[in-house]
Design a protein around this ligand. Structure first.
Ligand SMILES: O=C(O)CCC(=O)C(=O)O
Length: 261
C-alpha cells in the first residue's frame, strides 16, 4: 500500500520535496513530448488560443522559447501528466478531493543562457482578480516536476523558508519575472534578509510543492551543457476557484475530452 505523505515541511517551510513521484519511463515519454511541442511552437504549428508561449532573448539576441503554458489542452501526454496518480495523491492530500488546474507550464532553460532566470515572486500575486481565487493560503498549491536533474548550477528553484507564513503579498518590481535572476537584490527589495534562501536539488521525477505565498525564483542556467527542463502546475481547491479545468472530482481524476494534435 502507498504510504501517505506527511506535509509537515510544507506547513513549516512553505515548500516540500517529494522524491520519485514520476517514474523514469514516464519522464522519458514526457521529454519526448516536450521536444515535440517545442518543435511545433518553433514551426508556428501550434495554434490554440488557450496556449501561451513565453519568450525571451538568447545571449546572441535571438528569440528563445522559455515556456509553453496550458499544453494539457492540446497534448494527451501532458494531460496524462496533469492527472498523474502520484501527483493526484499529493494534491488531494493537501487540498482535498475536488481540485482544479489553474495553469500548467513547461519550462526550458538552455545551458549557458543568461536570460533564463525567474525573479523572486509569490504565486499569489498572479492569481487575480482576488474575488475569483479565494483563500489562497490554504486553497492553492504549486508544484514542479523535475524533468532533468536541477541544482544551483543549472538554474534550480530557490525558496525562502517560512516566507509563506505572513500570507500577504510583498512588494516586488513591476518588470516581468522572466527578466529577473533570483538575486539577493531582488530579495532585499521585498524586505527579506539575505542568507535566507535554500536551493533545492531535484532528480528527474522528483516533485517540489509550495504554498501560494512562498517566495521563490530561480537563477539562469549557468552550466555549460546541462539542460534544465521542468513541468509546473498550479492547482486550487475547486470551491475557492472560479476558473481553470477540473482535475479531481470527489477524489477521482476528471478526464477531459480534448483535441490532441
Ligand atoms: O521553474 C522555475 O524556475 C520557476 C517556476 C515558478 O516560479 C513558478 O512556476 O511559479
Amino acid at each position: 500500500m502507498e504510504r501517505a505523505v506527511d506535509f509537515a515541511e510544507l506547513e513549516r517551510d512553505g515548500y516540500q520535496i517529494v522524491r520519485s513521484v514520476v517514474s523514469p519511463p514516464e519522464i522519458a515519454d514526457i521529454l519526448r513530448e516536450t521536444d515535440r511541442l517545442k518543435f511545433l511552437v518553433l514551426a508556428s504549428a501550434l495554434d490554440d488560443r488557450r496556449l501561451r508561449m513565453l519568450w525571451s532573448k538568447s545571449d546572441a539576441g535571438e528569440a528563445t522559447l522559455r515556456g509553453l503554458q496550458n499544453a494539457h489542452h492540446v497534448s494527451p501526454a501532458i494531460e496524462e501528466l496533469r492527472l498523474h496518480r502520484g501527483i493526484g495523491r499529493i494534491l488531494c492530500g493537501v487540498l482535498g478531493s475536488d481540485i482544479k488546474t489553474v495553469l500548467t507550464s513547461i519550462f526550458w532553460k538552455s545551458p549557458g543562457e543568461g536570460e533564463t532566470g525567474i525573479a523572486y515572486h509569490q504565486d499569489a500575486a498572479f492569481r487575480q482578480p482576488a474575488l475569483n481565487f479565494r483563500n489562497l493560503a490554504h486553497s492553492f498549491l504549486q508544484l514542479t516536476v523535475a524533468l532533468d536533474p536541477q541544482d544551483n548550477e543549472n538554474g534550480g528553484l530557490r525558496f525562502v523558508p517560512g516566507s509563506h507564513r505572513q500570507a500577504r503579498i510583498l512588494p516586488r518590481p513591476p518588470q516581468s519575472v522572466l527578466t529577473g535572476q533570483a538575486t539577493e537584490r531582488e530579495l532585499s527589495a521585498m524586505g527579506i534578509a539575505s542568507g535566507s534562501v535554500h536551493t533545492v536539488r531535484l532528480e528527474p521525477g522528483d516533485i517540489v510543492i509550495w504554498n501560494a505565498f512562498t517566495v521563490h525564483g530561480s537563477p539562469p542556467n549557468r552550466s555549460k551543457d546541462r539542460d534544465r527542463r521542468s513541468f509546473t502546475m498550479a492547482s486550487m481547491r475547486s470551491r475557492d476557484c472560479d476558473t481553470g479545468t477540473d482535475a479531481y472530482i470527489a477524489g477521482e481524476p476528471a478526464i477531459q475530452a480534448h483535441d490532441g494534435t
